[in-house]
Design a protein around this ligand. Structure first.
Ligand code: FAD
Length: 451
C-alpha cells in the first residue's frame, strides 16, 4: 500500500523529514501538491509568489522524476483532495511536514482526524524551522515577547539538543505501477504566471528550485559570509544571502542552512545565524498570534488614528515615485526583482507608516503581492515591528529619516543611482511629503495612542 507525501512549503527532496519517512517505509510513493485557494482563512498567494511557485514546482517535479517518484498536482480544498486521494490509493501512510499558520493548522488537524477515522496511519513531521514554536517558552510558559531571551533559550536548547543534521536525499523512490498512478493537473493550466511581462524582471536574478538554492547557499557561505556583519546593512552591496525565497518555499530548510553555516566561524557567520533565528522568532509569534497580518499585536495600536487614505500617495509609494530617492530605489527594486534589501524594507515601510501616515496593513499587503519571499510570518511580523505595534518593536517615535539613512547606508549613492538614475535631475518629482512635517504629524498621532 503506497505512501502519500503531501508537499506544502517544503519544495525540496533533501532534508525532507516526511519524504524520508515514506522512503524508509519502502512502499511506492505518491507525492502531492495541492493548490488550495478554497479553504477558509488561507491567504491567497500574491503574484510574485505564484511566479516562484510555478518554477519551483517544475523543479520539484523534475527532481522527483529523477528519483523514480511522481508528483501529482491537484487544485481545490485540501480537506477534499487529501482524504480522497488517500482512499483512491488505499494509502498505508499519509505524511507531511507541519505548517504553523492558524488556518493551515486547522485544515491539517481536520484532515488528520478524517484520515484517522478512516483507519489510516498519518504522521506530521517537524518541517522547516530550527525549533518547533512550542518548544521554547518563557519561565511563565508563555510565548516570548522579546527577541534576545528567545535567542538565548534557542541557544541553550541547542547545547542540549542541536538542530537535526540534514537528512540525505532518498537514494531511490518507486511509484505505484501502471494505472495506479493517480492523474495530475497540468501545471500550466493553473495560470500561476503573471499575464504582464513582469516575470522577466524576476527571472533576471532568480532561478527557483532546489539545485539553484544549494548553489546560492554555498556561494554565499564561501564568498560573503565572512563580511556579512559589516556589509549587510548597505543596500548597494550585494552582501546578504538572498536565501529568503529559498527558505520561504522550503527549497532549503533552516536546519540545512544552520548546519552549513556551522562550518564557518567568525562574526559574519554568527550574525548570519542570528538573523536566521529571527525567522523562527517570527514564526513563534505567528503561531501564538495567527491574526498577525490583520490585527495589531499591541492592542492599543488598534486605536491608532489613521487619517483617511490618500490613494495617490499609496500609489506613488508602490510605484517608487515619492520623490525621496532611497524610498523610490527600494520600491523599484521590489517591483523589478520581487525582492528588496532589508535596510530598504525598513526605510520604505517606515516612510509609508510614519511620514505618510498610511496604515501598515496597506504596505504589508503590497509586499505580500510583490515579494517572491512573501512570508506569512516574516512579513506581518516585520511590518508591525516598524509600525511599533509588534513584538519587540522599534518604539513609535523612532522614525527613520530616509535622507540620513541614505547618507549612512548608501554613502556613494550606488543603490540610488542604480534604481533612480534620474534623481537630482529636473525629471525627478518633488517629495510628496515634507519630511519634517511628516515626522511631526506622526509623533502627534502617536501621542494620541499613548494617552
Ligand atoms: P539575510 O540577511 O541573508 O538573512 C538570512 C535569512 O534570515 C533571511 O533569508 C531570512 O529568512 C532571515 N531573516 C533575516 N532578517 C529577518 C527578519 N528581520 N525577520 C525574519 N527573518 C529574517 N523576510 C521574509 O523572508 N519574507 C518577508 O515577507 C519579509 N517581509 C519583510 C517586511 C518588512 C517591512 C521588513 C522590514 C522585513 C521583512 N523581511 C521579510 C525580513 C528581511 O528583510 C528579509 O528576510 C531579508 O531582507 C531577506 O534577504 P536575505 O535572504 O538576503 O537576508
Amino acid at each position: 500500500s503506497p505512501s502519500l507525501v503531501w508537499f506544502r512549503d517544503d519544495l525540496r527532496v533533501a532534508d525532507h523529514p516526511a519524504l524520508a519517512v515514506a522512503a524508509e517505509r519502502g512502499e511506492p510513493i505518491v507525492a502531492l501538491y495541492v493548490l488550495d485557494e478554497e479553504s477558509r482563512g488561507i491567504r491567497p498567494l500574491g503574484e510574485a509568489a505564484k511566479w516562484w511557485l510555478h518554477a519551483s514546482l517544475l523543479s520539484l517535479q523534475a527532481k522527483l522524476d529523477e528519483l523514480g517518484g511522481k508528483l501529482v498536482l491537484r487544485r481545490g480544498a485540501a480537506a477534499d483532495i487529501v482524504p480522497a486521494l488517500a482512499e483512491e490509493l488505499d494509502a498505508g501512510l499519509v505524511v507531511w511536514n507541519r505548517r504553523y499558520g492558524g488556518p493551515e493548522r486547522d485544515v491539517d488537524t481536520a484532515i488528520k482526524s478524517a484520515l484517522r477515522e478512516a483507519g489510516r496511519v498519518v504522521h506530521s513531521m517537524p518541517g522547516s524551522l530550527l525549533i518547533e514554536p512550542w518548544e521554547v517558552s518563557t519561565g511563565e510558559d508563555k510565548p516570548y515577547r522579546v527577541y534576545s531571551p528567545f535567542f538565548n533559550a534557542l541557544t541553550e536548547r541547542f547545547k542540549r539538543e542541536p538542530p537535526r543534521d540534514p537528512i540525505a536525499v532518498p537514494a531511490k523512490l518507486t511509484k505505484p505501477r501502471g494505472s495506479a498512478v493517480p492523474a495530475s493537473d497540468e501545471l500550466d493550466d493553473w495560470g500561476l504566471l503573471p499575464t504582464r511581462d513582469w516575470g522577466e524582471g524576476l527571472a533576471e536574478i532568480w532561478t527557483p528550485g532546489e539545485d539553484a538554492a544549494h548553489e546560492r547557499m554555498e556561494q554565499f557561505l564561501a564568498d560573503d559570509v565572512s563580511g556579512y556583519s559589516d556589509d549587510r546593512d548597505f543596500p548597494g552591496h550585494d552582501a546578504t544571502s538572498r536565501l529568503s525565497p529559498r527558505l520561504r518555499w522550503g527549497e532549503l530548510s533552516s536546519p540545512q542552512v544552520w548546519a552549513a553555516a556551522r562550518g564557518h566561524t567568525g562574526k559574519g557567520a554568527s550574525t548570519f545565524r542570528n538573523e536566521l533565528a529571527w525567522r523562527d522568532f517570527a514564526w513563534h509569534t505567528l503561531f501564538y498570534s495567527p491574526d498577525l497580518h490583520r490585527v495589531s499585536w499591541r492592542e492599543e495600536y488598534e486605536k491608532f488614528p489613521w487619517p483617511r487614505l490618500k490613494p495617490s500617495q499609496l500609489k506613488a509609494w508602490q510605484r517608487g515615485a515619492t520623490g525621496i530617492p532611497l524610498v523610490d530605489a527600494g520600491m523599484r527594486q521590489l517591483w523589478h526583482h520581487g525582492w528588496m534589501h532589508n535596510r530598504s524594507r525598513m526605510v520604505t515601510a517606515s516612510f509609508l507608516i510614519k511620514h505618510l501616515l498610511i496604515d501598515w496593513r496597506h504596505g504589508e499587503e503590497w509586499f505580500w503581492d510583490t515579494l517572491v519571499d512573501a512570508d506569512a510570518a516574516n512579513n506581518p511580523f516585520n511590518w508591525q515591528w516598524v509600525a511599533g505595534s509588534g513584538v519587540d518593536a522599534a518604539p513609535y517615535f523612532r522614525i527613520f529619516n530616509p535622507e540620513r539613512q541614505a547618507d549612512k547606508f548608501d554613502p556613494e549613492g550606488a543603490y540610488v543611482k542604480l534604481w533612480v538614475p534620474e534623481a537630482g535631475s529636473d525629471d525627478y518629482p518633488d517629495p510628496i511629503v515634507d519630511l519634517k512635517e511628516g515626522r511631526e504629524r506622526a509623533l502627534a498621532a502617536w501621542e494620541q495612542v499613548r494617552r
